[in-house]
Design a protein around this ligand. Sequence first.
Ligand code: AMP
Length: 237
Amino acid sequence: MAGLKKPVALVLFGSPGSGKGTQSKYIVEWLGIPQISTGDILREHIRKGDAIGVSIAELLRAGSLVSDELVNELVRARISEEDCRRGFILDGYPRTTAQAEETMRLLGSVGVEEVVIHLVVDYNVIISRITGRRVCPKCGTLYNAISHPPKVDGICDVDGAELVIREDDREDVVRERLAQYDRQTQPLIEFFGKSGHRVFRVDASTAKPEAVFREVQVKLVGSGLVESGLVTSGLVG
Ligand code: AMP
């Protein structure tokens, strides 16, 4: 396992379909730091049915953002836990300028550098990737016309059911999700640029997640954030 030279908050930005989840998993394994996903934390509250969960369920169903105060507090509590002392990945947070300002204040006060990894993908590539997805309505197995097609076109390998397109994988819905992502992310990228954060742009257009991860590794090692001599596992070294 490679090591961070100092505690770093890796802010992972990537539109729907950019492979952000896959890259997070690779980084967790490579650097041994936790991934903090505000979406996962919020969904866990909903699953438990506690007071927070009840108050946010409707917002999540509508795809609207929950309040900055709530997510800021949840993240503040999470990053003060023991396993975050060596650094962590922020996934889905910050999402607004107010959240970014709060994170900067919080991390600045404890001397943790915030570094942004921006997975950039051409939207035409994303649209063909996502609209190529098919799911089995019976067993839930996922297929992709390009990267993981079923043996017989349109039919589930597992139980022979006819595959369907998920409602939110329809092209008009995907386009709307991308437009929403743009509206949220663009001001943040500008904010990070102006406030002196290091922002690494990584081309994530290729269908090969290993190649994208290699570029992430090269950027982090090349910037001196990761101890290159310790890169003994993962894809580099
Ligand atoms: P995600 O899994 O990151 O797509 O998040 C799922 C949902 O959780 C979003 O649509 C929002 O409703 C909510 N959410 C997640 N992260 C945040 C955040 N940083 N600020 C506000 N709402 C959030």
